[in-house]
Write a protein that binds this ligand. Structure first.
Ligand SMILES: [Zn+2]
Length: 179
């Protein structure tokens, strides 16, 4: 485990304790003396995705990758951006330490990351994932993006924009209503 501050490869354990589903270790970098925490968890043999129709399917990195690639087709993304996005999601999924994950959680993870990566890819992915059945739902998603851009552009004029926290909450409550 490299130091998150300086990248040095070695650290010493200064505290170690059992937590709910693993071991928490407090470490100190042997180079810059920064302290950080690691968690050790048992990784499930395989991860299953619970689909919307309740079917279970083994998690496939390739499938996730090709879905996102399709959404990002012809979008000017930096080389390796999509692979990194999938790596991040995969790592986060395993970090959750669950044997089964609802597909909606994975979809939300992708949406959150695409939003700060590329708007067009975000809308494309959303149109498939959220199964927009009418133009109103699609327009709503675009409007959300546009207003988020308007609100954050006063802070920074550079892309990618960070998702606005308040807007996030609104979107989530709207999602809940729709269900
Ligand atoms: Zn360090």
């Amino acid at each position: 485990m490299n130091c998150p501050y300086c990248g040095y490869h070695d650290s010493k354990v200064i505290d170690s304790r059992d937590v709910e589903d693993g071991i928490r270790r407090r470490r100190q970098c042997l180079n810059c003396s920064s302290r950080f925490t690691t968690y050790e968890r048992l990784q499930p043999a395989s991860l299953f995705v619970i689909k919307k129709d309740e079917r279970r399917e083994e998690f496939s990195r390739d499938k996730l990758l090709s879905g996102i690639r399709k959404a990002c087709e012809k979008c000017p993304l930096p080389t390796g951006a999509i692979d990194k996005l999938v790596d991040d999601i995969e790592a986060e999924l395993y970090r959750l330490g669950k044997a089964e994950i609802p597909s909606t959680i994975i979809g939300d993870m992708v949406m959150d990351r695409l939003k700060s990566l590329d708007y067009i890819a975000y809308i494309r992915f959303a149109s498939v994932y959220r199964e927009f059945t009418d133009i109103t739902a699609l327009k709503q998603a675009v409007d959300t993006l546009v207003s988020s851009e308007a609100e954050t552009s006063s802070v920074t004029t550079q892309l990618p924009l960070l998702p606005n926290e308040q807007l996030e909450r609104q979107t989530k409550s709207r999602r809940r209503i729709r269900k």
